[in-house]
Write a protein that binds this ligand. Structure first.
Ligand SMILES: Cc1cc2nc3c(=O)[nH]c(=O)nc-3n(C[C@H](O)[C@H](O)[C@H](O)COP(=O)(O)OP(=O)(O)OC[C@H]3O[C@@H](n4cnc5c(N)ncnc54)[C@H](O)[C@@H]3O)c2cc1C
Length: 386
């Protein structure tokens, strides 16, 4: 049974990604998972093949693919049993530089990223005290002559140890000195290779995600590294969120396809009480239900991608698709574990690893509650809850 998307305009991309992923089987990921290692070889292979430059326009040396092309790449990575979390951020962070960066910044960074000489994998938004309430963040960037001096702390900055650049959101005007709390925040490109006053501390988590705490102690950032206008950074970050949500949703759909394919194959093969376990409706139905959920999420994500590419507002689809896709991958994971019985818990089946990995997406980069409050307020027109 082929449960991958039929009549897909990106079928060739999918086939190439599937081929590349065969070089990185379960053993590769299991070994990294055990020691919380970074998949350097996998990321290098994707970079060399140009896949991480998918969204960089051709004039800067990238592939210039539409967002649906990037979604196909990430979905296929997940559906092949690999983990795109090691490098997915490059695809959506880069959009901020592309949309709001100066011509000099684009020339300086985008071709080098496309060539694989620079890694833009770190996105410093979340802080320990502010959490989801981003505008309450406390990291400050104070202008002093031709530079900004940054003080504060980020948390959950994924891949900080494996990135050359970080896109940083910091407050440049105090919250009580701006008319709206969304004002006075600015985005910076931080060159982490040369920055002094920067400390990175890894956080060990339930899955291998290379997330870190990052501390800024009088870290100096050249003023030329400010992206766009000072004070408009929150707006720039928001601009990229629909793309980010659609890409993460595509990864969840890939996870769901992996779980379903794995479970269906096992259900047909495993014989208990003299017949394949998949002949029992108690085994079959959760998989059929997970499949239906995945397909529904996929349809909404595809609609969101099409709207995005037409330049239409896709916030409803990006939010709904991300929530449903994260729930679909989790339901598929549950059904896959149950189908495998005890073997679902054995590391060598990769199910428990994928199960831990896909759980994240109900919390990050945006939690399900915050998506529901977006839909309640902005789509259904109910009063603001926070
Ligand atoms: C592994 C991992 C990787 C991450 N990578 C990055 C990264 O690279 N860069 C980055 O900037 N961030 C990153 N994050 C942070 C992530 O985006 C946040 O964890 C997430 O947005 C939730 O924020 P929080 O953890 O502060 O939870 P909180 O904001 O403290 O929320 C806790 C709980 O309360 C709920 N809640 C809060 N407010 C409301 C409300 N008004 N109504 C209803 N429910 C509410 C939330 O839904 C959540 O369930 C990562 C997180 C993890 C775990």
């Amino acid at each position: 049974m082929d449960i991958h998307t039929q009549a897909d305009p990106h079928a060739e991309i999918r086939a190439e990604i599937r081929k590349l992923c065969t070089r990185f089987p379960g053993e590769y990921w299991r070994e990294l998972d055990a020691r919380r290692g970074y998949p350097t070889e996998f990321v290098a292979a994707l970079t060399e093949a140009g896949w991480l430059a998918a969204l960089i326009p051709e004039e800067y040396g990238g592939a210039g693919l539409p967002l649906s092309g990037a979604a196909a790449i990430l979905e296929e990575i997940q559906a092949s049993g690999c983990n795109g979390a090691a490098c997915h951020a490059q695809m959506y962070i880069m959009g901020t530089i592309l949309r709001h960066g100066s011509p000099e910044q684009k020339q300086r960074y985008l071709p080098a990223i496309a060539r694989g000489e620079l890694r833009l994998q770190a996105f410093g938004v979340t802080e320990p005290t502010s959490g989801t309430d981003t505008t309450a963040l406390r990291t400050t960037a104070r202008r002093e002559g031709d530079r900004y001096v940054v003080n504060g702390q980020k948390i959950w900055t994924s891949r900080a140890e494996h990135s050359d650049l970080m896109l940083l959101l910091a407050r440049t005007t105090p919250r009580d000195a701006v008319a709206k709390r969304t004002e006075g925040l600015s985005t910076f490109i931080v060159d982490m290779r040369t920055a002094s006053g920067l400390t990175i501390r890894p956080i060990r988590t339930m899955m291998n995600h290379n997330s870190c705490e990052v501390f800024f102690d009088n870290m100096e950032v050249p003023a030329e590294n400010l992206v766009g206008q000072e004070g408009r950074g929150f707006r720039y970050v928001l601009d990229g969120m629909n793309a980010e949500r659609l890409l993460i949703a595509a990864e969840c759909i890939g996870d769901a396809k992996w779980f379903i394919a794995k479970a269906v194959a096992y259900a047909k093969d495993r014989v208990v009480f003299g017949r394949p376990i998949g002949a029992n409706q108690g085994v079959q139905f959760p998989l059929a239900r997970a499949y239906a959920g995945m397909r529904a999420a996929e349809a909404i994500v595809q609609r969101g991608l099409a709207k995005f590419e037409r330049g239409e507002n896709c916030a409803e689809e990006a939010n709904t698709g991300k929530m449903l896709a994260a729930e679909a991958s989790w339901a598929a994971g549950e059904a896959c574990v149950n189908t495998h019985g005890g073997f679902g818990f054995a590391e060598e089946y990769d199910i428990e690893r994928k199960f831990r990995e896909t759980r994240l997406y109900q919390v990050a980069p945006i939690s399900t509650n915050l998506i529901l409050s977006y839909l309640g307020e902005h789509v259904l027109g109910m009063p603001r809850s926070y």
